[in-house]
Write a protein that binds this ligand. Structure first.
Ligand SMILES: NC(=O)c1ccc[n+]([C@@H]2O[C@H](COP(=O)([O-])OP(=O)(O)OC[C@H]3O[C@@H](n4cnc5c(N)ncnc54)[C@H](OP(=O)(O)O)[C@@H]3O)[C@@H](O)[C@H]2O)c1
Length: 196
């Protein structure tokens, strides 16, 4: 049988909610997998230490660093083929640092930025969510301008995840405004909610 060398995959945000699925899928598909993660410190949570141990046991290489360590990023990028980012919302624009490093390394065959929600180039939600999507669009445009091959993933939104975050059933009762007459059908209902 022909021996095909699989892509080496680098994942940013791999220890997070979506990232853990990506890391496990990458490893189980046979890819050499590396996670770029912020360093473990004495203040790190037990769960963070546990996920590092779990990854190491799976054969994942963990490189500890910050997103503004440009030279370290460039050096690491030279060792991989594909870059996946699952960084969270507050760090969406920090991906511009990854893009800058990929422009310098010049070898990345595919970049998958942190999307995994609705298709931001095709929707116009209410202003707070629009502002979030504007940042994701800025990253998309930077990827295109850099000429890096890319895949933008629109997975739509997992209702259970957002119900838990937005409605916080475990916290005190909160007032919720549902726009419209409440009869509109849709599977992206959270965008119509505004929590006061
Ligand atoms: N479709 C859906 O329903 C859905 C649901 C959830 C998320 N998403 C999308 O998936 C993407 C990832 O979200 P997530 O909830 O999985 O992210 P997350 O778990 O909140 O964070 C992912 C990782 O980012 C790193 N990180 C956090 N703060 C950082 C900082 N200040 N600087 C550098 N790294 C930092 C952490 O890794 P280290 O501590 O190891 O550095 C963390 O484990 C987002 O684009 C989000 O919109 C979609």
């Amino acid at each position: 049988m022909e021996n095909i060398e699989l892509s080496k995959i680098l994942i940013f945000g791999g220890t997070g909610y979506i990232g853990k699925f990506m890391v496990k899928a990458s490893v189980s598909s046979g890819h050499k997998t590396c996670v770029y993660a912020r360093p473990i410190t004495p203040q790190s949570s037990p769960s963070k230490i546990q996920i590092h141990q779990e990854f190491q046991a799976m054969g994942v290489a963990i490189v500890e660093g910050e997103l503004d360590e440009h030279d370290k990023l460039v050096s690491l990028l030279h060792q991989v083929d594909v870059v996946i980012s699952t960084l969270p919302y507050p760090q969406v624009l920090a991906q511009l640092k990854i893009i800058d490093a990929m422009k310098v390394s010049g070898n990345i065959k595919r970049f998958i930025p942190s999307d995994f929600g609705i298709e931001e180039d095709r929707v116009s939600p209410l202003p707070p969510f629009q502002a979030f999507l504007d940042k994701k669009r800025e990253v998309r445009r930077a990827v295109e301008a850099a000429g890096i091959p890319y895949t933008f993933v629109a997975a739509n939104c997992c209702g259970a995840y957002f119900v838990n975050i937005l409605l916080r059933p475990h916290e005190q009762p909160r007032d919720i405004t549902v726009y419209g007459d409440g009869k509109a059908k849709g599977n992206c209902f959270f965008a119509t909610l505004f929590l006061s």
